[in-house]
Design a protein. Structure first.
Length: 135
C-alpha cells in the first residue's frame, strides 16, 4: 500500500458522458498506484504535474479569449490523456466531450459552454482532491 492507496471504486455506469459516477473518487488512487507500480514519489510527482497542467489547460479552454476549435480539441485531448494516466475519470470524460465537440464539423456548437463548465468543475474537483492528499 502506498500513501495514496484507497479502496477500489465501483465501475462507471454505462452511457455516462461526464459527471461523477456512483462511488467514483475524484482521483482513482488504486489506478494511480498501478500506473506507478506503487512508487509513492512518482505518484506525488504525477499528481503535482497534473495539478499544474490541468489548471493551465482548463483556463485556456474556458477563458474569455476563445481559441480555435482545432486548438481546443488538441488541449482537451492532452488533458484527457493526463487524466486517464492518474485515474481522474470525470476529468477524462469531460475532456473527451470537449474534444469531440471541438472536432465536430459544427465546432462552434451551442453545447460547448456547458461542456467547458463541466470540464472546469471536474478539474476543480480533481485539484481539490490532490490538495487534500498533499495535506
Amino acid at each position: 500500500m502506498t500513501p495514496f492507496s484507497a479502496p477500489r471504486h465501483q465501475k462507471n455506469a454505462p452511457g455516462a458522458l461526464f459527471g461523477r459516477q456512483p462511488g467514483e473518487p475524484a482521483i482513482d488512487l488504486v489506478h494511480l498506484a498501478r500506473q506507478t507500480m506503487s512508487d509513492a514519489a512518482l505518484e506525488i510527482e504525477l499528481l503535482a504535474l497534473f495539478d499544474r497542467q490541468s489548471a493551465k489547460i482548463a483556463a485556456q479552454l474556458t477563458g474569455a479569449e476563445p481559441c480555435a476549435p482545432a486548438a481546443r480539441a488538441e488541449l482537451a485531448h492532452r488533458l484527457r490523456g493526463s487524466a486517464l494516466a492518474i485515474g481522474a475519470g470525470r476529468v477524462a470524460r469531460a475532456a473527451r466531450a470537449c474534444e469531440e465537440l471541438s472536432s465536430a464539423e459544427t465546432a462552434t456548437n451551442a453545447a460547448w459552454p456547458e461542456a467547458a463548465r463541466e470540464l472546469a468543475a471536474a478539474v476543480a474537483e480533481a485539484r481539490a482532491a490532490i490538495a487534500a492528499l498533499r495535506g
